[in-house]
Design a protein around this ligand. Sequence first.
Ligand SMILES: NC(=O)c1ccc[n+]([C@@H]2O[C@H](COP(=O)([O-])OP(=O)(O)OC[C@H]3O[C@@H](n4cnc5c(N)ncnc54)[C@H](OP(=O)(O)O)[C@@H]3O)[C@@H](O)[C@H]2O)c1
Length: 333
Amino acid sequence: MKAQLIRRYGKNEKVIINEVAMPIVGDNDVLVAIKAASVNPVDFKTRNGMTKGIMKIAFPMTMGNDFAGEVTAVGAQVTQFKLGDRVYGRPRTTRTGTYAEYIAVNEAELALMPTNLSFEEAASIPLVGLTSYQALTEQLNIQAGDKLFIPSGAGGVGTIAIQIAHLLGARVATTASEKSMATLAPFNPEVVIDYRKQDFSEVLHDYDAIYDTRGGDDLVKSVKILAPHKAVATVAGMPDRKWAQAAKLPLSKQLMIGAMSRKATQAAKKAQAEYKFFFMRPSGEQLAQLTTWLEAGKIVPVIDRVFDFADAQAALDYVEAGHAHGKVIIKIN
Ligand SMILES: NC(=O)c1ccc[n+]([C@@H]2O[C@H](COP(=O)([O-])OP(=O)(O)OC[C@H]3O[C@@H](n4cnc5c(N)ncnc54)[C@H](OP(=O)(O)O)[C@@H]3O)[C@@H](O)[C@H]2O)c1
């Protein structure tokens, strides 16, 4: 089968199409002919070597972390899926590689894709949808009426996160530039701050929660907008020592990771806020919940551009430039 892969770490490393072996289908696995994959910042962050310390990679590595496609084979123990089912998913990090014609996925990491969506639309959901669902329900425990700040509302994460937050009853503030306002308009956040004209940290006060999608200096200053004893859940900042301990990393790595996130964790401490770094995890069950919402039209996919399989590098470059509106998709077959 064909796959878009990288041979080594490096910012200048380009994806190339190559023939690779078909995936091995275990007893609990489903073999999927991938029709579309989405591009996520983790794709180029991994290529750039940013996950080196916490994730082992074997090269050549097929790129890509989520997909939609059609079931072409099932393992002996599979109970939930059959040939021809249209499915989508985000496989576990040791079995990624969705810029490819086929993938074998444990059935617990799959769900039937919404019947009202195209493969391209469905592929836009798994990684950002699951991350946002987990951030808002498990990490931040968002309740109706909560004032929630989600920066970069027009991005891949932001567009789905705002919709899920509204379903949970939150009042959302976000940031975007002038050219992103049209993307945000249908979702009608309570507050939209043009980050090129105003500093959100001087406008927002007494927030109940932050779902941080920016990291860096934006994360550090964002904690000031929280009321005391609230939390920031970050998917873009650095992991902290607590996360490294829970991941059972060696003490030397725990200390190194603790040092890397110190600026943000200290800012959080000063603001009497809890700092929660997390990596999303695959879940077919939670994806099925998203399917229900998508089929009911309670949330909708937001697609910026669709690239051909041969143009995967251009798709990556487009997302890496940092101004996608919604999701960028690679059409595979
Ligand atoms: N830990 C995890 O499990 C996990 C899971 C998912 C995502 N993530 C991380 O979450 C982050 C966001 O991902 P994403 O897919 O949403 O990225 P994305 O789609 O590439 O984000 C693009 C958006 O960022 C906005 N933006 C750019 N500069 C900005 C600024 N200075 N202030 C506010 N907004 C700005 C852009 O709006 P304009 O065009 O208007 O500038 C654009 O809409 C990434 O770092 C990603 O790695 C982590």
